[in-house]
Design a protein around this ligand. Structure first.
Ligand code: HEC
Ligand code: HEC
Length: 266
C-alpha cells in the first residue's frame, strides 16, 4: 500500500521540479551574461537560512558530512557550474538519496551564493565564481600570479605552491588572498629575515617552526633549516611581500574559479 502512495507523489515532485527549474535556470544565467558574477551578502545570508533548514540535516554544519562531498569547499560529485548546482538541488540525484527541493527563486539564488561563498556569510561580498579557463589565462598572464606561485610542477618556489589549493581553501578565503593579502596572511607563511652568527642574512618565507629550528624557503628558492641557537637576528615580517591584485572583480572571480580546479596532481 505504501508503495502505491509513494510512486505518484515522487512523479509529482519530478514534474513540479521540472516546472520550477525553467525560470530558476534562466534567471541566474542571464545575470552571468551581463558579466555579473556577484552574490550579494543578502543572498548569502538568505542561503544560510535555507541551508540550515533544508540541507544541514544530511550535509552537516560544515557541508562535509556526506562522503566525497564538501559543500563549503566546493567538492562535489558531478556538479561543476552554478547551473549544475541548481539542477541537483531542484531535481535531486542519486536515485533520490539527494532529494529534490522546491525552492523560490530567491531561496535558490541564496543557497547557491551560500555554497559558492564557502559558507561564509561574512565573506567579502564574494564576487562569486567565474570561468576557470579565463582564470587560468589571467593567472599566467595579466594577474602575474605565476611569477611567484608554482602549479603542478611549473613555476618558482618563493610563494606557496598552489597545486592543491582548491581542495584546502574556500572560495571566499581564496578571493581574500587575492584582493586583500594582508588580512589573509597565514601566520606560518610570514616573510622572515634571519641573521646567523656567521653574519649571513637569509630572507625568505617561513614554512615551519619548532622550539629549536625554523624551516624556510630562502630567496634562492632553497629549503633551509636553521637552528635558532645559530641566529643573532630572527625577524618575522607583518606585511606580506605581496600586493593586492589590480585585477577587476570579475577577473578575480575567474581566477578563483581556476584555483578551485587545482586539487593536486591526479
Ligand atoms: C536527505 C538527505 C539530504 C538532504 C536533506 C540534502 N542532501 Fe544533498 N546530497 C545528499 C546525498 C546522499 C548526496 C550524494 C548523492 C550521491 O551519492 O551522488 C547529496 C549530494 C549533494 C550535492 C552533490 C551533487 C553532485 O552530484 O555533485 C549537492 C551540491 C547537494 N547535495 C546539495 C544539497 C543542498 C543545497 C541541499 C539543501 C537544499 C541538500 N543537498 C539537501 C543528501 C541530502
Ligand atoms: C610577488 C609575489 C606574489 C604574487 C605576484 C602573487 N602572490 Fe599569492 N602569495 C604570495 C606569498 C608570498 C604568499 C604567502 C603569504 C601570504 O599568505 O600572503 C601568497 C599566498 C597566496 C595564497 C594562499 C596560499 C595558502 O596556502 O593559503 C593564494 C591562494 C594566492 N597567493 C593566490 C595568488 C593569486 C591568484 C595571484 C595572482 C592574482 C597571486 N597569488 C599573486 C606571493 C605572491
Amino acid at each position: 500500500m505504501k508503495l502505491l502512495f509513494l510512486k505518484p507523489r515522487s512523479r509529482l515532485s519530478i514534474l513540479l521540479s521540472i516546472i520550477v527549474t525553467g525560470p530558476l535556470v534562466i534567471q541566474p544565467s542571464m545575470a552571468q551574461d551581463t558579466g555579473d558574477h556577484t552574490y550579494s551578502s543578502e543572498a548569502i545570508l538568505a542561503g544560510l537560512g535555507v541551508y540550515n533548514r533544508q540541507c544541514a540535516l544530511c550535509h552537516g554544519p560544515n557541508g562535509s558530512s556526506i562522503d566525497g562531498i564538501n559543500l563549503s569547499q566546493g567538492v562535489f560529485r558531478t556538479v561543476v557550474t552554478d547551473d549544475d548546482l541548481r539542477a541537483v538541488i531542484a531535481d535531486g540525484s542519486a536515485a533520490g538519496r539527494m532529494p529534490s527541493f522546491l525552492l523560490s527563486t530567491d531561496e535558490m539564488i541564496g543557497i547557491v551564493a551560500y555554497i559558492r561563498a564557502g559558507f561564509d556569510p561574512e565573506g567579502i561580498g564574494a564576487s562569486g565564481i567565474g570561468d576557470p579557463a579565463r582564470g587560468k589565462l589571467l593567472f599566467e598572464g595579466k594577474g602575474e600570479c605565476a611569477d611567484c606561485h608554482r602549479v603542478n610542477g611549473v613555476g618558482p618556489r618563493t610563494a606557496p605552491d598552489l597545486s592543491n589549493i582548491g581542495a584546502i581553501r574556500s572560495p571566499t578565503s581564496l578571493q581574500r588572498n587575492i584582493v586583500d593579502p594582508a588580512t589573509a596572511l597565514l601566520p606560518i607563511n610570514r616573510p622572515v629575515r634571519l641573521v646567523t652568527r656567521n653574519e649571513e642574512t637569509i630572507l625568505g618565507r617561513r614554512l615551519n617552526e619548532d622550539s629549536y629550528s625554523v624551516q624556510i624557503i630562502d630567496s634562492n628558492e632553497k629549503l633551509r633549516s636553521v637552528r635558532k641557537s645559530d641566529l643573532v637576528t630572527y625577524e618575522i615580517g607583518d606585511a606580506p611581500s605581496k600586493q593586492p591584485t589590480t585585477l577587476a572583480s570579475d577577473e578575480v572571480a575567474d581566477v578563483v574559479a581556476y584555483l578551485l580546479t587545482l586539487r593536486g596532481l591526479q
